[in-house]
Design a protein around this ligand. Structure first.
Ligand code: B82
Length: 322
């Protein structure tokens, strides 16, 4: 299968760091408890920048590092479930700000699996050869749908964005398998029908909620099976894979997946301690950090599996060569 090549990777985080100590002055919790249960020490929280603002910073960096002109971008895809508006899409706001006048742009909603879904969609457009340069950005500002009085959930989330410039490459590896299973066990951003005929009461599901224990089982079981499926598809073993970049939902989920795959935790990129769960942004932030810190280098042929799992429920993996 014709693969995709990551021509540039970038990420952007709001500058404000919110650590566990600060949260423990708002709700009944401690740094020790949060670290033990989640692996998170601190997260970045927006002081007003919205999802499109984070994405625009990522887009600008992608243009700068790749050296391509904005007019040469063919498509802008933003994976998010916390868009600024219902319309225009975040992708259209990014297109306008970058001056990507020849692109078409749209958002994709698949929660924490959004970036993996986005890479899959982009690969299909690249296959047509009609579209050559595609920006895929994953971004969420979860702080705007977080219940800051709920000590079980407000400790988990952070804001951020990450993305890549993708092009086709006949010599690059590509394999994928995506899934979804409609089930309301992770919910957020509900908008009730409220108009003069219904009465004006607000809905009860506005905040991001997840039933931790139930989705934990789902994440470990399905992410492990999903990675094994990619390995089977490609005739590879886990030892052939250089890095696994999982959605950063919880440190214990990543440890459990490594254990179930009977492989070293070292193979998994983990940065949840710094950023918490940034939903669609977590995988591209990790990818971008890996390029910046030298773990990944273009043209090395390293094999990487991205594995996302989240609300929907949605999950999926893609195998890429770098
Ligand atoms: S938890 O079940 O409460 N737990 C087990 C690791 C702590 C001891 C928990 C916590 Br805390 C945080 C996240 C999860 C979890 O399972 N998250 C997800 C699962 C599937 C898909 C997405 C997520 C997500 O949080 O993004 C469990």
């Amino acid at each position: 299968m014709t693969g995709v090549r990551i021509r540039a990777a970038a990420h952007y985080l709001p500058s404000t760091v919110l650590d566990n100590h600060q949260i423990s002055t708002w709700v009944d919790t401690t740094d020790e408890w949060i670290v033990k249960r989640t692996g998170v020490s601190e997260r970045r929280i927006s002081e007003g920048e919205n999802t499109s603002d984070l994405c625009i910073q990522v887009g600008k960096q992608l243009l700068e590092t790749s050296g391509i002109n904005p007019e040469d971008i063919d498509m802008v895809l933003v994976a998010t479930f916390t868009p600024d508006y219902g319309t225009p899409s975040v992708a259209c706001l990014v297109q306008a700000e970058l001056g990507a006048t020849n692109a078409f742009a749209f958002d994709l909603s698949a929660a924490c699996s959004g970036f993996v879904y986005g890479v899959s969609v982009a690969q299909k457009y690249l296959l047509t050869k009609q579209y050559k340069n595609i920006l895929v950005i994953g971004a969420d500002v979860l702080s705007k749908i977080t219940d800051w009085s709920d000590r079980g959930s407000c400790i988990l989330f952070g804001d951020g964005a990450g993305g890549v410039l993708l092009g086709a490459d006949e010599n690059a590896l590509f394999a994928e398998k995506l899934y979804s299973r409609g089930d309301k066990v992770i919910t957020g951003g509900f908008t009730k029908v409220v108009n003069p005929l219904t009465g004006m009461e607000r809905g009860e599901y506005d905040f991001l909620k997840l039933d931790g224990r139930e989705v934990f089982e789902f994440a470990v079981k399905e992410a492990t099976a999903n990675i094994n499926e990619i390995l089977e598809q490609t005739g590879m073993s886990i030892d052939d894979i250089d890095h696994i970049i999982p959605h950063q939902a919880n440190g214990r989920i990543i440890e459990a997946i490594a254990k179930k795959l009977k492989t070293s935790l070292e193979k998994f990129y983990v940065n949840i301690q710094k950023y918490g769960n940034t939903s669609a942004a977590s995988i591209p932030i990790a990818l971008s950090e890996m390029f910046k810190n030298g773990t990944l280098k273009q043209g090395t042929g390293k094999k990487v599996i991205l594995v996302g799992f989240g609300g929907g429920l949605t999950w999926g993996s893609v195998l890429l060569s770098i």
